[in-house]
Write a protein that binds this ligand. Sequence first.
Ligand code: FAQ
Length: 314
Amino acid sequence: MEDSTKREAFQERIDKGETIEPKDFMPDRYRQQLIRMMSQHAHSEIVGMLPEGNWITRAPSLRRKLILLSKVQDEAGHGLYLYSATETLGASRQEVIDDLLNGRAKYSSIFNYPTLSWADVAVIGWLVDGAAIINQTMLARSSYGPYARAMVRICKEESFHKKQGYEMVAKMAEGTPEQQEMIQDAVNRWWWPTLMMFGPHDDDSPNSAELIKWGVKSKTNDELRQSFVDRHVQEAHTVGLEIPDPDLEYNEETGHWNFGEIDWDEFWKVVKGNGPMNRERLNARRKAHEEGEWVREAAEEYARKRKLRQEKVS
Ligand code: FAQ
């Protein structure tokens, strides 16, 4: 049993805005919640390389190819920082990766949709990275030090991702009629899945209250979704794009955009493994893991030999 005095002192530290570090006392449930959320976040970054990676060999110019290569590599880096940050909670990297490969762990629903045209690369940068920044700017103030610090660097890189995406969106929106059609089609297909990234409505979100009490989240899923809509509707209109929502309407009283209802049946279908690309995504990760076995073995052997050498010297 955890000492209730320690739990109260922990909550006081959170309420004062102090940062919790790996060796500090933390309730088991706080640790478990962070392992769940941070490992899912890491998996999302790694699986998230696949939809855009699909277009690297077909980028329309050298400039676009360099930008895309660099962006996809950044996502790999984010996954690695987040796996390392999760390890500070005592979770082994092998265990969390096995959970992904066995289908036990979740990753963001958004990456289970296909990238059908080059315009999808532009829209992922604009909308998906745009959504990620809104969520992660909040997480950069999270109560757990290693998570918050990882987020600061990740957000800087995500800002570049969003800017390159929006620049490409704007170029296509003022391009030929075919380019305009391609970019509008991509927005039509990605808008609703992006709204789903923020998770279920607050009343249906079993984890939010606890995460807010512990200062991991400071805003609810619906609050973040509303910030995303407010910002991105303006950006769409600036470049002459339509948002595929007949219920979208500016509310003078609240100063926010009202928007239509998300298809929650589709959301849960995708989260439970039955989205358009779930099977392909997991198979791609399993194949990469198997093919990378020799690298892991070589790294372990190198570490073993280095340790032996260090022991001899001392
Ligand atoms: N997809 O009680 P809540 C990126 C699950 S990174 C799948 O509301 P919570 C960068 C949830 O896990 C994108 N599952 O949960 C990039 C829970 O199930 P569990 C990823 C979802 O934790 C850009 C259940 O539903 N970002 O895009 C989703 O309070 C471009 C009930 O939900 C993060 O992971 C979903 N969309 O809030 C990369 C940020 N939503 O675990 C490449 C960190 C909910 O109890 C290219 N995570 N679920 O079995 C978070 O902020 C939160 O965990 C939420 C969910 C907001 C995802």
